[in-house]
Design a protein around this ligand. Sequence first.
Ligand code: THU
Length: 133
Amino acid sequence: MKPNLNEALRARDKAYVPYSKFKVGAAIELKDGKIIHGANIENASFGLTCCAERNALFSLISQGYKKEDIVSITIVANDHGPVSPCGACRQVMHELMPRNTKVYLANTKGEIKETSTDELLPYAFVLDEKPHE
Ligand code: THU
């Protein structure tokens, strides 16, 4: 298993970031070899912005793939060190990727940190473990 830095950089090229100018790219590798791209897409109503990681995962599900098809995700931005995913993306990655999926955090200088969905979000909120009706 290895990071897909070039694919994440290609995904990052597609970012729509007129407000922050902070481009983020995500590349999800699937077991069939396919790579799913995601980039951050901003909006003048700032709260409607959606991050690269979530766009990649929502695209994957929309295309009919399942969490079991996922091998890894690589995320890249022009940051001081490997980019750190926001809390919302950590929650979504935890639910839509298999337990302990490899997450490669990178920057455009090529610095890469290897982590996992569980390490990024210990004690995640999981609805089906609740005693709900
Ligand atoms: N952003 C991401 O795409 N992923 C993250 O995990 C952190 C933040 C985006 C959202 C916004 O477009 C820009 O980075 C600045 O916050």
